[in-house]
Write a protein that binds this ligand. Structure first.
Ligand code: NAD
Ligand code: DAU
Length: 357
């Protein structure tokens, strides 16, 4: 077994941040397996060009031949599985890809990992880890005064996306229980930060505001999410990989519940400060309330006590510091924004928002 890890989905938002963060502090080679869907972007990894510690492989996690070959060739000590279809609204319009990647893909990746793991010597077998990156959405929706999700909450997924992630979590659990594969699962809340694809709430609001477009708020805007700066999530995953107990799941969150409308107001107010509109009015003027997401979960909240107590992880950014960094990053990277807003991105925005009136 080598000092290499396979990271899947490492050209996406969180996976890309993870790879950059990993290689900033470690010389363990990253085999980055990503099939580059609309959400995958090699520009996220531009700073690694020519870096021999980063090996990019363009293929899907469901491509068993390629994946088996990677295990054989690189003999990795761990897999960190980020690859997924990740956007709830897209899962409502077209669920099929979610089933294929999140369920079938994860199953095939687990099979390849299990076959490889069975060939290892005892010591390497014990050291190997399969870390599956999942979401708080598998727990369903909380009522206003419910306690935050702990690892003991039952699974009650409500969207095709969260149902497909829940299915993948169950497969990961079963591969440990049945075959002994040393797995770990993390369930995290909403991330934000650099390289966030601008069809998700925060980067959509920033980019639409700057472009003078309407800022679409679904329903009454009082849905609550817990927000975590992406680099804090990456650090949490590393900590679980290093020291998490095999077979366990760890919730990761920012202790930062906020209503969507409050998020939109904060983004507008910071843009008013950083890049005021030419007419002197606030970006809040661009807010429009649009038809709600079908089956929209009302509230998510994460109880991160377990990872904090067991593994000593805590978020380093508050929302106030993280959102300022994020907005500054989008202001500093207009080319990245322009390049991801390709034809297919524009098609999606037209489709999603035209239907909302
Ligand atoms: P993303 O959509 O930005 O990126 C997904 C990446 O996976 C892309 O690079 C894409 O090309 C790649 N990919 C998709 N299908 C693939 C396949 N079949 N084989 C290989 N690569 C494939 O997603 P993200 O927001 O970075 O989320 C990453 C992971 O974290 C997902 O598993 C998601 O469920 C989970 N998660 C996300 C959040 C969040 O707030 N974004 C929060 C908690 C958990
Ligand atoms: O909770 C973790 C999840 O967070 C991850 O598992 C998902 O991969 C990730 O996409 C994210 O899901 P959400 O559905 O919470 O994220 P999104 O950015 O799409 O929406 C955040 C909230 O904002 C949600 O309540 C819907 C609302 N929203 C979203 C968009 C795109 C709007 O009001 N207007 C919008 O235009």
């Amino acid at each position: 077994m080598n000092k290499a890890i396979i990271v899947t989905g490492g050209a996406g938002f969180i996976g890309g941040n993870f790879v950059l963060d990993w290689l900033a502090t470690s010389d363990v080679t990253v085999i980055n397996l990503d099939c580059l869907t609309y959400a995958g972007n090699m520009e996220n990894l531009a700073s690694l060009e020519g870096d021999a510690r980063h090996i990019f492989v363009k293929a899907g996690i469901g491509d068993s031949v390629v994946v088996r070959g990677l295990f054989e060739k690189y003999q990795p000590c761990a897999v960190v599985n980020f690859a997924a279809e990740s956007h709830v609204d897209r899962s409502i319009h077209a669920p099929e890809d979610f089933i294929q990647t999140n369920i079938v893909g994860t199953f095939r990746l687990l099979e390849a990992a299990r076959n490889y793991w069975n060939t290892l010597a005892d010591e390497d077998k014990a050291a190997f880890r399969f870390l599956h990156v999942s979401t708080d959405e598998v727990y369903g929706s909380l009522k206003k005064d419910d306690p935050a999700f702990s690892e003991e909450n039952k699974y009650e997924p409500n969207s095709p996306y969260s149902a497909s992630k829940a299915a993948s979590d169950h497969l990961v659990r079963a591969y440990h229980h049945t075959y002994g594969l040393p797995v770990l699962t993390t369930n995290c809340s909403n991330n934000y930060g650099p390289y966030h694809f601008p069809e998700k709430l925060i980067p959509l609001i920033i980019t639409h505001a700057l472009a003078g477009k309407p800022l679409p708020v679904y329903g009454d805007g009082q849905q609550i999410r817990d927000w975590l700066y992406v680099v804090d999530h990456c650090r949490g995953i590393r900590r679980v990989l290093e020291a998490g107990r095999v077979g366990e799941t760890y919730n990761i969150g920012g202790w930062n519940e906020m209503a969507n409308l409050d998020i939109v107001h904060i983004v507008c107010d910071l843009l008013d400060e950083f890049r005021p509109r030419e007419d002197g009015k606030s970006y809040r003027e661009q807010i429009t309330f649009v038809t709600d997401r079908p089956g929209h979960d009302r509230r998510y909240a994460i109880d991160a006590t377990k990872i904090e107590k067991e593994l000593g992880w805590k978020p380093q950014e508050t929302f106030q510091t993280g959102i300022r960094k994020t907005i500054q990053w989008y202001l500093d990277n207009p080319e990245w924004v322009a390049n991801v807003q390709s034809g297919s991105y524009r098609d999606w925005v037209e489709k999603n928002y035209a239907e909302r009136g």
